[in-house]
Design a protein. Sequence first.
Length: 399
Amino acid sequence: MIFENIKSAPKDPILGLTAEFNNDIKSNKVNLSVGVYQDNNGITPTFDSVLTAEKILLEKNYSKSYKPIDGDKKFLSESLKLVLGESIYEKVNNSSFGLNTPGGTGALKLVSEFLSRFSQKSKVWFSNPTWANHKPIFESSGFKTKEYTYLDFEKNSVDFEGFITSVTNIPDGDILVLHGCCHNPTGADLSNNQWLELSKILKNKNIITICDFAYQGLGSGIDKDAKGVRILVENLDDLFICSSYSKNFGLYSERVGCLIYINNRNRNIDNLLSQLKKTARTIYSNPPAHGSNIVTEILQDSFLKKLWKSELKTLRERIQIMRISLNSNLKERNCMKDFSYIVEQNGMFSFTGLSKQNVEKLKNDYSIYIVNSGRVNIAGITTNNIDYIADSITKVVNN
């Protein structure tokens, strides 16, 4: 029997740590691994805008029938407007489309499975480092994966010269996956001028570009965070964007995402949409409805949209405050490692530069859980635990 020969799968590098954290009996334990926003009380809050939208949906008594395979048209148009901005949306409306997916991961898996049918021999290129689930998603579709230069590990900032050289050398026909903003795991993003330079290079290359855009609004603001994506949209012939509503709407468990395709060559996009819908049918058939209904309700209602933007601003500002506070607390304790780059990074994550040995010691001696790469979820830091975190990191680094 095959079942007797099945071996245990390795633990997920992030979710596996959370399981360890939950089993830890120490009272002063801290989980800085999982990528979920937490408020200053360590709670993942539900937005008031979301709760209000849910009450409205309850009163409307929405049908629980299946959504179309590509999703509700109102949700899709609002998603494109949010990602592209109103002016670009008006220009590309007839040469673009979206598909409502089960989270941003669902969008990545959908485009991965689609490309595996039509571009099987391509290799998929990811930044070094990248999100832990990126490679498994595409490898499970049969792709071989490669890395392009991205981070200067000494300075913990973008190695732009190395990045451009690396991207320039990607063979024609291959697939490039970029991070739209709030790079996971590093928090190190391209400047607008760097996005523009990148777009000019990609314009002249025959490679398929995918932009993973999971954190819009968590870095510098909704429109500022989308600037790089919008530069690509205006300059590339074809672009896939994988958008997520888990972080910026707090809809983690509802699994709301959108795969967006933009074309600037007047090609027949109906053929492409039909093949993507066929692919979606074999993976999840129809998208979840409740979360996308919430997003649609908020984005179409001026009061709820304003409330949502205000709540998102609160999240963004708390993260930025914790970045500044962690750096200043480590300086005050005369930590021998300079962590000032943390302040310059964007979004929920920071690539701290802590070694695997440092990470292991923090877990074993202080019950502070960090991903092996040294990635820290800044949103897991609060005014209640920052002294303990700064003390522990200083002791580990200085000893």
